[in-house]
Design a protein around this ligand. Structure first.
Ligand code: SIN
Length: 402
C-alpha cells in the first residue's frame, strides 16, 4: 500500500464507524448449556470423537472476533450437558433463565447455545411455555470447538447478528445454524454430522444470515394466526368447524397455543412443577399393544402415537389407545413421516375416540406441546383456586369488618 494511504479509511469505512458509534448498542444475553459447540478432542483432525460440554462459554466467546462490536454481551453458563441428557426438568431450568432475561430491562435479546441433538425440543418448549416477546435465538455446532474448521464461532456470531436485527421479533423462537435462520416450529435435525444438519422442510427457512440478515418473509401478522398452525388440533380438518372440544381435547381449547399467554404466577407454576409424563410410541408392522397398557399403569398422562403415513393406526393399536383415552390419558395421533399434516377426523374417527392430532408437528414436538398444554391447564386451575381462596378470605374479612 502507498505510505500516504496507510492510515486512511475509505468513506464507507468512516460511514460505518460513524453509524456504529451513534447506534444504540443492542444488549444480548448469551446462555450456554453445553453441547458440541463446547466440545473438545485431543486432536484437531477429528470431528467425530470428542467430549461434549467441556469448553467454557468465555473460552468459546474468545474465539468469536467481532462479537463485541455487534452487541453488549452478558454471558452466562447455565448448564454444561450433552443434550442427549436433557430432560423436562432441564427445559424448565433453561426456560427460567430465558424468562429472567426476558424480564430484565437491560436485555434486548437472548441467544441460547445448546447441543444440537435435542435443540429442537428445548427451543419449542421455550416458545410454548414463554411465548417470548423479545427475540430468542438458539444455536449450536456440529463440530467440537477444537476441530479444524469448527462451525461454532461463526454460528455464535451469526446468532447474535440475527438476535440484534430489528426485524427478528414476532417470529417465534428462532434457530441459527450454518447461515440458515429457522423457526423453532419447523426446525428438524436431518443429518447426524454435516454442518448443514438442520432443515425447515417444506415450510422453508425464515431467512439467511451472512454478513447481513436477509428475511424471506415478514413476521406473522398476528400471533393468533401463528398459534393456530402451531398446535395440536381438535378442529375438523375437512369442515373447518370447531370440535366438541370437551370430549376431544383435554382443556377444552381447540389449538394448543390458543390459551398460551400465562401470567407470572402461572408461568411460575408451569416452570416449577414437574411436567406431566407423556410418552411417544412408534408404529411398525406387528407392533404389540402391551406397551400402551404399561404406560397407563406407569402413570403417563398422555401418549403421542407416531403412526404410519397420515398418522394411521393398526386396528389393535387404535383399540388400545381408545382404552387409554377412556382411562383419562390424552392421546395424540402424529406421523413418523417427516412432512405433511395429520388432520383431525381424517382417516380416523378422532371425534368419537377423543383423540387429538398433531397438525404438522413432528411426534417429538407434539409431545412437548401436549406436556405444556396439560401443565398449562393445571397452572390455570391452580391460579383459579388461589383466586377463589383469596376472594373467600376477602369476603370473610369483610364479613367481620376486619
Ligand atoms: C449434544 O447435542 O449435546 C451433542 C451433539 C451436538 O451438539 O451436536
Amino acid at each position: 500500500m502507498l505510505p500516504y494511504l496507510a492510515n486512511q479509511r475509505t468513506p464507507n469505512a468512516l460511514k460505518r464507524e460513524f453509524e456504529l458509534s451513534t447506534k444504540k448498542r443492542a444488549r444480548v444475553r448469551i446462555l450456554a448449556t453445553g453441547g458440541t459447540i463446547a466440545g473438545s478432542a485431543d486432536r484437531a483432525d477429528t470431528a467425530g470423537s470428542y467430549t461434549a460440554a467441556t469448553v467454557s462459554l468465555s473460552a468459546i466467546l474468545d474465539t468469536v472476533p467481532g462479537l463485541h462490536a455487534l452487541a453488549d454481551v452478558d454471558a452466562r453458563q447455565v448448564a454444561a450437558i450433552d443434550s442427549k441428557d436433557a430432560d423436562p426438568e432441564f427445559w424448565q431450568e433453561l426456560a427460567r433463565h430465558v424468562q429472567q432475561a426476558l424480564d430484565a430491562p437491560d436485555v434486548d435479546a437472548v441467544v441460547v447455545l445448546h447441543g444440537t441433538d435435542t435443540l429442537t425440543e428445548s427451543a419449542w418448549f421455550v416458545e410454548l411455555a414463554l411465548a417470548p416477546s423479545k427475540t430468542v435465538v438458539f444455536s449450536g455446532a456440529m463440530r467440537p470447538a477444537t476441530a479444524l474448521s469448527a462451525d461454532g464461532p461463526m454460528n455464535v456470531l451469526q446468532a447474535v447478528r440475527v438476535a440484534t436485527d430489528a426485524s427478528s421479533r414476532g417470529r417465534g423462537v428462532l434457530a441459527v445454524m450454518n447461515g440458515a435462520i429457522h423457526r423453532a416450529r419447523f426446525l428438524r435435525k436431518a443429518h447426524s454430522s454435516h454442518v448443514h444438519a438442520f432443515t425447515s422442510g417444506a415450510a422453508g427457512l425464515e431467512g439467511e444470515v451472512f454478513d447481513t440478515v436477509n428475511w424471506f418473509r415478514p413476521p406473522p401478522a398476528s400471533s393468533v394466526g401463528q398459534l393456530r398452525c402451531d398446535g395440536l388440533t381438535g378442529r375438523d380438518a375437512q369442515m373447518g368447524l370447531p370440535a366438541d372440544v370437551d370430549t376431544a381435547i383435554p382443556g377444552g381449547a381447540t389449538d394448543v397455543g390458543a390459551a398460551a399467554i400465562l401470567d407470572g404466577d402461572e408461568i411460575g407454576y408451569l416452570l416449577g412443577t414437574p411436567l406431566p409424563r407423556v410418552d411417544i410410541l412408534v408404529a411398525y408392522p406387528g407392533a404389540s399393544t402391551d406397551v400402551v397398557a404399561h404406560l397407563v399403569r406407569a402413570g403417563a398422562r398422555g401418549i403421542v402415537f407416531a403412526g404410519t403415513g397420515h398418522g394411521t393406526l393398526s386396528g389393535p393399536i387404535q383399540a388400545a389407545l381408545a382404552d387409554a383415552r377412556s382411562s383419562g390419558l390424552a392421546v395424540v395421533r402424529a406421523s413418523k413421516v417427516d412432512e405433511g399434516q395429520v388432520g383431525w377426523n381424517v382417516g380416523c374417527p378422532d371425534h368419537a375416540l377423543g383423540f387429538m392430532t398433531s397438525g404438522g408437528l413432528s411426534p417429538d414436538k407434539a409431545r412437548v406441546a401436549l406436556m405444556v398444554r396439560l401443565a398449562k391447564e393445571k397452572a390455570k386451575e391452580k391460579a383459579k383456586e388461589k383466586g377463589q381462596a383469596r376472594s373467600g378470605v376477602r369476603a370473610l374479612l369483610e364479613d367481620y369488618r376486619i
